[in-house]
Design a protein around this ligand. Structure first.
Ligand code: ATR
Length: 260
């Protein structure tokens, strides 16, 4: 099994340690590398995959859309997300998928049955992938730029609201997808009125606990940090490549220990 994550820059990727641990735990021989590639190298890399030199790729910034022309097919998850984070081979074809949304949903599913209302904060690429994977349409999207929220709301048949109009008490699951909080200082939205036991998730994992999650925890929420989505997307990618379901819990412990 020869796997890699491709992107630029890639030096700080946590994917190699995660997947190499899962390879070992599954008794599979193989390697998972981090390839810092220039755009002009993409064509050669996908040809090498066709020639059998590679079994699978994760794709990260800035190539999640750039890789699409080199693939034979996109599945529904990649089409809905408008971006590819995983490439695997079936019957000689290179198939692009996106495991980010489904990975997060799988990570949250032990904590909610998705029968309540969901609030998604942010309207970028990450939000789009997550909304497309949610098993409910009882979803509100809120974003600094209302126009982007409205566009996604229309596409997915959900509701859009301005930050100021959001009533936090209405939601059972809240998913924070913006980059606000990476500085360890700011929060995208106040959590006034948050009900206890609401599931509050942030997709940021550096820092491990954002100011948004700290506020949620103080108010009695069940908090889920960004390692859930990171490990969740990785687990589904690993399954596409190997057919083996890896242990997410062990993966999360490993990643959290590296980020602490
Ligand atoms: P990604 O693909 O990671 O989702 P993106 O497409 O650049 O990245 O989207 C970033 C998200 O973070 C957007 O929802 C953006 O809000 P805008 O649509 O209003 O730009 C949000 N965001 C980034 N910086 C922000 C800030 N300082 N305050 C509020 N929202 C912010």
């Amino acid at each position: 099994m020869r796997l890699a994550v491709i992107g630029h820059p890639i030096a700080h990727s946590l994917s190699p340690v995660l997947h190499e641990q899962w390879l070992r735990a599954s008794g599979l021989f193989g390697r998972y590398e981090a390839l810092d590639v220039a755009e002009e190298d993409l064509s050669g890399l996908f040809q090498a995959m066709r020639d059998g030199e590679w079994d699978g790729f994760n794709v990260t910034i800035p190539y999640k859309e750039t890789v699409i022309p080199y693939l034979d097919e996109l599945d529904l998850a990649a089409t809905d997300a408008g971006a590819v984070n995983t490439v695997y081979k079936r019957d000689g074809k290179l198939i692009g998928t996106n495991t980010d949304g489904a990975g997060l949903v799988a990570a949250l599913s032990p904590l909610t049955d998705w029968s309540g209302r969901v609030l998604v904060i942010g309207a970028g690429g990450a939000a789009r992938g997550i909304i497309s994977a949610l098993p409910t349409r009882d979803v509100t999207i809120t974003n600094r730029t209302m126009e982007r929220a409205e566009r996604l709301a229309e596409r997915f048949g959900i509701e859009a609201k301005a930050f100021v109009d959001v009533d936090i008490a209405r939601y059972d699951v809240i998913i924070q997808t913006t980059s606000v909080g990476m500085d360890g200082v700011h929060s995208p939205q106040s959590l006034n009125g948050l009900r206890q036991n609401t599931v509050v998730c942030d997709i940021i994992y550096r820092p491990l606990v954002t100011p948004f999650l700290k506020e949620a925890a103080k108010k009695g929420a069940i908090i889920v940090n960004g390692t859930a989505m990171f490990v969740g997307q990785g687990a589904l990618a690993f399954e596409f490549w190997t057919g083996v379901k890896p242990d997410r819990f062990v993966g999360m412990k490993l990643i959290e220990s590296l980020l602490e």
